[in-house]
Design a protein around this ligand. Sequence first.
Ligand code: GDP
Length: 459
Amino acid sequence: MLPTTLSKDTIIALATAAGHGAIAIIRLSGPEAISIVDEVFKGKKLANQPSHTLHFGTIRDGEKILDEVVVSLFKAPASYTKEDVVEVSCHGSPYITEQLIKLFLRKGARLAEPGEFTKRAYLNGQFDLAQAEAVADLIASDSALTHQVAMKQMRGGFSQEIKALRAQLIHFASMVELELDFSEEDVEFADRSALRRLITTLQQLIFDLLKSFEMGNVLKNGVPTVIAGKPNAGKSTLLNALLNEEKAIVSDIPGTTRDVIEDEANIGGIRFRFIDTAGLRETQDTVEAIGVSRTKEQLKKASLVLYLFDVTSTTPEQLNAEVAQLELPQVPYLLIGNKKDLATPAQLESFEGFENLVFLSAGNKDGLSELEDNLLELVHANEAMTGDRTIVTNLRHFQSLQKTADALQEVLQGLDTGLTGDWLAADIRRCLFHLGEITGEINTDDLLDNIFTKFCIGK
Ligand code: GDP
């Protein structure tokens, strides 16, 4: 549990990653931040300096110089936490940072809890809860798309959408509640058909947001891409080529890729999670049989399927049969004719007319960049990933949106059955409550602890 009397304490943490580096930054925030540093900083008196200035000097423990540092000064409320903040940039040695932090602790600071700087920023009104959560997502982002989504959320895009929805509902809630004050007179301030229109519009918007969560997850965790095909088609070789390393076991004994191998590659700013599978075929071998059933399992989870076949030993008829046997669910797929280096022109031509088909040679990486282009095209063809659409990536937001959707449905049912204003108002309030949970207009200590303890210390 984080302390609730936040502003009394001055907190401290290492803001940069642990370990050796060119520099390290120690951050202090709180009412004593400036005076604590002033006590041990030999240079200008920080309390007398204007905000947003840098100061060179030494940090001393008594007569002993611990380091030469540059101090950055941010005076309340013009700082991340809206409190007085001092950042001490020192030499990036774990020994030095430890000595400095111990010294500041002795002078009255206390160690920050995980996420406590950001929690203070939120509690002091720097941003709302969804934006605060996006800070953690931004730090965790590792591809162009996760970065873009987190950045948009941090800058308030998602919050604005939620707040606009709430504002419209608040208007109706107050109209319905106004009616209650005039209950004797049987008046309707809230136009029921306009309310119904608003609810259906909101439902559609929330439905889109809920749907985007699936894509949000894909963005965060990587596009699950299954590599399937008969034994010896070259799946492991292709996986190695895509990953550029020797992770999967390559062998020319059919059926040696027994386990499902997963690995990730960042292609064109999108993270792909490649799943290599054992060959798809009916088999008596019990170990291999497990592999085959796993392949079918994996296919169900795939967002993309790469179906690999050996062009030198597969006829178009066989390929058709194999594709049919796959019982592919409705996921985008690519057919990959591998080993084109061994194929005759006639063999390649025989596959004319197949859609979504590319030839390559996984063995010598010929055609790999075309394959990567095709992969990106398939992902971008999914409209949820293109354009400016808001994508929900956070499970907590997803759950609150689901509860909002349920409550909206009840408002609609209430309208259908001519529910009285007081019940209608209660259902609308419930929608408002769940929407408010997302941006933190509604919060509890437990909720905040749950969110901020997942942050790293120092953020
Ligand atoms: P898997 O069973 O589908 O995983 O197939 P592997 O990746 O183990 O490959 C089977 C055999 O085909 C290995 O001997 C590979 O070296 C070979 N192979 C894979 N790709 C190519 C290719 O593009 N050209 C040629 N000539 N051989 C390949």
